[in-house]
Write a protein that binds this ligand. Structure first.
Ligand code: COA
Ligand code: AMP
Length: 621
């Protein structure tokens, strides 16, 4: 079966108001269009369809929040009612097809309800992760220009309640664009002052609303915008279309994750990330599964047995999380003693993604859970896995360190600097031959030129993933490192360039560099080095503390920026390029070579001692 027949066949498995005749429109590369003459609705496919097909009484959503001691369950009937009603709330605020709605919420069912309500109306949601600070939210408000923002009074973290409303108010103050209305979910643990004429109480608005039906949209109409880190402070607004997403995600649920309608699928992530979009909200519901919204952590809520409890209590069949979560559990309960308190025999497989999965973590999870542990590789841009062991097709031998082979629809290759394919086992840029399959990003919001320049210009005819790696002689792909300045902190993606922009804003900082250094639990942590202006005569500790606070205020606590030191100078090449890679190698205690192009070799000794004071080992050249 060729690529088109393959996807025509997969597309027959979803609900269309108007089934597409055209499978792939190749008129305007790299803007390929899948199912361009089809018309559908994502909410219809997620909810209405299952109710019509007799699944109305089945659990659609389980909310489990150890952090607030709350559990709640919604059947497909109930979730459809809530979503239709909330779509009525949005419609009453003038939200129509194509309008943008920002969702800035913690892990509560209402976040998912708001997303699906947007989809019901054909409006475009843009979820902003709750751990982001006002400044990041403001940048997204200005780019997406939402008619409405949906938020909550707070999020709850193990050590504190995080008031969201003041962050939202500050973001709207900072932004040039102003929404017409904000709908605020008032949570019992935190109230907030409401701005008259702009803010509406979720519960009151729901009580007054009329449910609305689904609005058919063109397959290529955007379902959502999700911002992700680029190389600058301006994030990239990844745009996902509607038809391709439904087809690809539904296909992936059966063929990659091997779940059937009625199965319980749990992605322990956050709706603010792509994993949450694809595998907390849309994928499981398109497939008629029960999805779990977990508001808690792998450890500390209350203990490292939390994941096992959720699996056992809700009879989870397939789980998905980031390796960092398992590293956190392993650190606190290395023998997996708490696992013995729970019956996790319902679990069929565990999928890990979001960062490189180290073989130790994989082996530990396999040993303790006794199920296949599947490392799979994908990105915000692709929206669903590029490489995976596809359990619904065939379980291939698991090779630790590799997310297995390319998933059907992706032609993954490794190219050298000249754009030529390399031999098996040789490292190079991981690229995907165009066209990308359905469900991958169709453009960047407000930035078509950047879509081309950032992803499609370096290797003509290919999508540049930004990852480097190799393919072995058996077709197994190994993803080794990023080729850009993106770092991965606890499975969350950040740009060191954006972090440098924040530090450079400190009035005493003349120059700075941020590098990602290895961390045994979070994979990587950002580490900042500051060169101060010549006239600064304040305590250095104050400047370091202010810089750390600045990062929390501008990007958010989730960036986990706590390592920072002042240095005399930064190491540079003679042409002025900062040697970030060498600094990273020194910090990680890896062997490093004195770069031939370095301006002044002595500086590296100064950097080594600064890194040592932060607790980072260094090793002789
Ligand atoms: N709202 C507000 N603040 C948030 C937040 C949110 N939604 N999410 C995280 N934060 C804050 C935390 O409170 C913490 O703040 P602190 O510096 O004041 O302690 C900071 O951001 C870092 O949070 P986190 O990344 O959760 O680190 P942690 O040290 O608290 O926990 C792990 C470490 C490994 C347990 C945690 O990162 C985790 O559960 N990771 C799972 C991976 C994951 O979900 N990845 C998503 C892609 S699959
Ligand atoms: P995000 O867009 O936040 O999902 O981050 C995507 C990036 O995370 C990828 O480009 C990789 O660098 C990294 N990543 C995700 N999954 C894996 C994996 N299984 N192995 C190695 N790196 C991964």
């Amino acid at each position: 079966m060729n690529n088109r027949e393959f996807w025509r066949h997969a597309a027959a498995n979803i609900h269309w108001y108007q089934a597409p005749d055209t499978v792939l429109d190749e008129e305007n590369p790299p803007f390929y269009r899948w199912f361009s003459d089809g018309s559908t609705n994502a909410c219809y496919n997620a909810l209405d369809l299952h109710v019509e097909q007799g699944r109305g009484d089945q659990a659609a959503l389980i909310y489990d929040s150890p952090i607030t001691a709350t559990k709640r369950q919604y059947s497909y009937n109930e979730l459809l009612d809530e979503v239709s009603q909330f779509a009525g709330v949005l419609a009453a605020q003038g939200v129509e097809k194509g309008d943008r709605v920002i969702v800035y919420m913690p892990m509560v069912p209402e976040a998912l309800i708001a997303m699906l309500a947007c989809a019901r109306l054909g409006a475009v949601h843009s979820v902003v992760f709750g751990g982001f600070a006002s400044n990041e939210l403001a940048v997204r408000i200005d780019d997406a220009s939402p008619k409405v923002i949906v938020s909550a009074t707070c999020g709850v973290e193990p050590a504190r309640v995080v008031p969201y409303k003041p962050l939202l108010d500050a973001a709207i103050d900072l932004a040039k664009h102003k929404p017409c209305a904000c709908i605020i979910l008032r949570r019992p643990m935190q109230d907030a002052s409401m701005i008259s004429g702009r803010d509406l109480d979720w519960a009151e608005a729901m009580a007054d609303a009329q449910p609305v039906p689904c609005v058919p949209v063109a397959a290529n109409d955007p379902l959502y915008i999700l911002y992700t880190s680029g190389t600058t402070g301006q994030p990239k607004g990844v745009v996902r279309d509607t038809g391709g997403s439904i087809v690809a995600l539904k296909w992936s649920m059966k063929n990659i994750y091997n779940v059937a309608p009625g199965d319980v699928y749990w992605a322990a992530s956050d709706v603010g990330w792509v994993v949450g979009h694809s595998y907390i909200v849309y994928g499981p519901l398109f497939a008629g599964c029960t999805t779990v919204i977990y508001e808690g952590k792998p450890v500390g809520t209350p203990d490292p047995g939390a994941f096992w409890r959720v699996i056992a209590e809700h009879k989870v069949n397939v789980m998905f999380t980031a390796p960092t979560a398992f590293r956190a559990i392993k650190k606190e309960d290395p023998q997996g003693k708490l696992l013995q308190q729970y019956d996790t025999s319902c679990l069929e497989s565990l999928f890990l993604a979001g960062e490189r999965c180290d073989p130790n973590t994989l082996a530990w999870a396999e040993d303790k859970l006794g199920v296949p542990v599947i490392d799979h590789w994908w990105q915000t841009e692709t929206g669903w896995p590029i490489c995976s062991n596809c359990l619904g097709i065939e379980l291939l031998p698991i090779v630790p360190g590799s997310p297995a082979r390319a998933v059907p629809g992706y032609d993954v290759q490794v190219l050298n600097e000249q754009g030529e394919q390399v031999a098996a086992g040789d490292i190079g840029a991981l690229v995907i031959k165009q066209p990308l399959p359905p469900g991958t990003f169709t453009t960047l919001w407000n930035a078509e030129d950047r879509y081309i320049s950032a992803y499609f210009s370096r290797y003509p005819g290919y999508y540049e993933t930004g990852d480097a790696g190799y393919i072995d002689e058996n077709g197994y792909i190994f993803v080794m490192a990023r080729t850009d300045d993106v770092i991965n902190v606890a499975g969350h993606r950040f740009s060191t360039g954006a972090m440098e922009e924040v530090l450079a804003d400190h009035p005493d900082v003349a120059e700075c560099a941020v590098v990602g250094v290895a961390d045994p639990m979070k994979g990587q942590l950002p580490l900042g080095l500051l060169v101060l202006n010549a006239d600064v005569d304040r305590p250095l500790e104050d400047i370091v503390a202010e810089s750390i606070q600045l990062m929390r205020d501008k990007i958010g606590p989730v960036a986990a920026f706590k390592l920072c030191a002042v240095v005399e100078r930064l190491p540079k090449t003679r042409s002025g390029k900062i040697l970030r890679g060498t600094m990273r190698n020194i910090a990680d205690g890896e062997r490093w070579k004195m770069p031939a192009t370095i301006d002044d070799p002595i500086i590296l000794d100064e950097i080594s001692s600064a890194l040592q004071t932060l607790g980072y080992a260094n090793q002789a050249r």
